[in-house]
Design a protein around this ligand. Structure first.
Ligand SMILES: C[S@@+](CC[C@H](N)C(=O)[O-])C[C@H]1O[C@@H](n2cnc3c(N)ncnc32)[C@H](O)[C@@H]1O
Length: 256
């Protein structure tokens, strides 16, 4: 997958994308990550990319005449097209399902807003996939862009070394992930559950699944309800048993 990020703050974006899982995938060639300084498309030699809002009010607005040509240049250079993503509080909510969907795109262009946001005409002309990280406001689109690129890239085959790690991650299986432990066997009087040191693969698998179900039931029952028909029989049965045993006030969704 190739991903181009357009930003007014290229340095921190480049620093993050060249580090860890993403950085290693880029070195291997599994990902092609490029960061572009939006000032390259500035409207004058002073590097102007923003202006005051019509009608008055605080802050500055990013010029449509900067963002639109920048995005078009990248899109027009992509022979098989690409998906334009615009992090924005007004967008659809970002979830793992959205990340999996975007991971099917061969090319993404992600545009980071700043200040009061982009001139509305940039929204109208680009018709981008507007995505919100949640009901809060960041100072710029960079953190949102990085969160989106990172979560999407984890679903691109070959990016995460062990695909089993992604498959068991929270949300991918519609459950929160099970707890994990490492050495030492006892820390401040708390021991690792003995089953994990038993070497018995089936018992370990079952214990992890039980813990994932228990955590999801107590913290995010909405995930179980929303995905009930997609859950394997084993998970459904375990959910019903766990709710009854632990006296958790939860019922399978109506009609299930
Ligand atoms: C200070 S914000 C602008 C907020 C805008 N005035 C509003 O209230 O909706 C600047 C930029 O940060 C990004 N941003 C802020 N919050 C975000 C969120 N929750 N999800 C995704 N992007 C966000 C967007 O790119 C936005 O254009």
């Amino acid at each position: 997958m190739r991903c181009d990020v357009l930003t007014l703050l290229p340095a921190p974006v480049e620093a993050y994308l060249s580090t860890g899982v993403l950085g290693r995938a880029a070195v291997r060639g599994t990902l092609d990550l490029r960061v572009h300084d939006l000032r390259r498309w500035a409207i004058n030699r002073y590097g102007q990319v923003d202006d005051v809002p019509y009608g008055g009010g605080p802050g500055m607005v990013v010029l449509a005449s900067v963002v639109v040509p920048a995005v078009r240049e990248l899109v027009n250079a992509a022979p098989s097209g690409c998906r334009v993503v615009l992090p924005d509080p007004r967008g659809r909510r970002f979830t793992d399902t959205v990340a999996q969907e975007l991971a099917h795109s061969e090319r993404l262009v992600v545009v980071c807003g700043r200040y009061e946001g982009l001139d509305e005409r940039a929204h109208e002309l680009l018709q981008a996939d507007e995505i919100s990280l949640g009901d809060f406001v960041l100072s710029g689109g960079e953190l949102a862009a990085l969160a989106i690129v990172d979560a999407v890239a984890r679903h691109v085959p070959g990016v995460v070394g062990d695909p089993g790690s992604v498959a068991s991650d929270s949300f991918t299986s519609y459950l929160l992930d099970h707890p994990v432990y490492t050495r030492p066997p006892t820390f401040e009087g708390r021991s690792v559950p003995p089953v994990l040191a038993s070497g018995h693969h089936e018992r370990i698998r079952r214990w992890r699944l039980e813990q994932a179900v228990r955590l999801t039931l107590s913290r995010r029952p909405d995930l179980l309800n929303a995905n009930w028909s997609r859950l394997p029989d084993e998970v459904r049965q375990l959910t019903v048993e766990t709710a009854a045993r632990e006296k958790i006030d939860w019922q399978p969704p109506e009609g299930a």
